[in-house]
Design a protein around this ligand. Structure first.
Ligand SMILES: C[S@@+](CC[C@H](N)C(=O)[O-])C[C@H]1O[C@@H](n2cnc3c(N)ncnc32)[C@H](O)[C@@H]1O
Length: 220
């Protein structure tokens, strides 16, 4: 029996409804639309593939249901460290795939991480998986005692490299929010650099600038 994938609502409608809410997402409308358009482009390149896009999102928030709706034919998995936010999102959107993770680093120790990075632990159903797109918008990183996005960004780039090298993804889109902040700007220089990584641009936002990168297999 053939399986007919669900028809996703138009992205513009999904995003307009989200930004019109009393509590809108922190990503701006232009940033949400940009991510959705790049995901669309990726899906169009992959048309004919049996499954939808594989989308990994660091952090839940007021945008979580947007990503599940935009990628309604694929798998969207969320990694979140805050039990409070997990409870909130599971309450409002029980169908979402949300996993708890723990970060070991601290923003105040970001330089130590850059000198000797480590690969964070992820749940078994995520470990070893490959993704077509990864959004890094967590964990929080605006106080010295916050974990900062070093571990999540490093995991995203490492995973993109592993999956492209293994031929399990042609290229991976990675989005990084808050690139206007000092540590995120260092993350761009130190983690989003090297062969195979192509910057796609930056969209400014009132609550943080968003950068996108395409990560393909490094030329040998
Ligand atoms: C930058 S927020 C993620 C925001 C989300 N991408 C959005 O556009 O609404 C990063 C972390 O802060 C927490 N968080 C999520 N939404 C939040 C909000 N509206 N206000 C404060 N903290 C939030 C969660 O623990 C999340 O992992």
């Amino acid at each position: 029996m053939s399986h007919t994938p669900p028809v996703c609502a138009p992205h513009g409608d999904i995003i307009q409804a989200a930004v019109d809410r009393e509590e809108p997402p922190q990503l701006s409308q232009a940033q949400l639309l940009w991510i959705a358009a790049l995901l669309d482009g990726l899906a169009a390149q992959r048309s004919g593939a049996a499954e939808g896009l594989r989308f990994l999102v660091f952090g839940v928030g007021l945008d979580s249901d947007v990503w599940a709706a935009v990628n309604c034919q694929g798998r969207t998995a969320f990694l979140e460290d805050s039990e409070e936010w997990i409870g909130r999102i599971r309450g409002s959107h029980p169908g979402l795939e949300v996993h708890h993770v723990t970060y070991q680093g601290r923003l105040s120790a970001a330089q130590e991480f850059f000198k000797q990075p480590w690969l964070m632990d992820v749940p078994q159903s995520v470990q070893g998986a490959c993704w077509d797109a990864i959004l890094v918008d967590a964990p929080r990183g605006f106080r010295p005692y916050h974990p900062g996005c070093m571990e999540s960004a490093y995991y995203a780039v490492h995973t993109a490299r592993r999956c492209t090298a293994a031929g399990r993804a042609h290229h991976v889109l990675v989005f990084l929010h808050d690139v206007n902040r000092p540590v995120e700007s260092q993350i761009v220089q130190r983690i989003f650099s090297g062969p195979g990584i192509r910057p796609l641009g930056v969209i400014k936002g009132q609550l943080g600038d968003l950068a996108a990168f395409s990560i393909a297999q490094a030329p040998s």
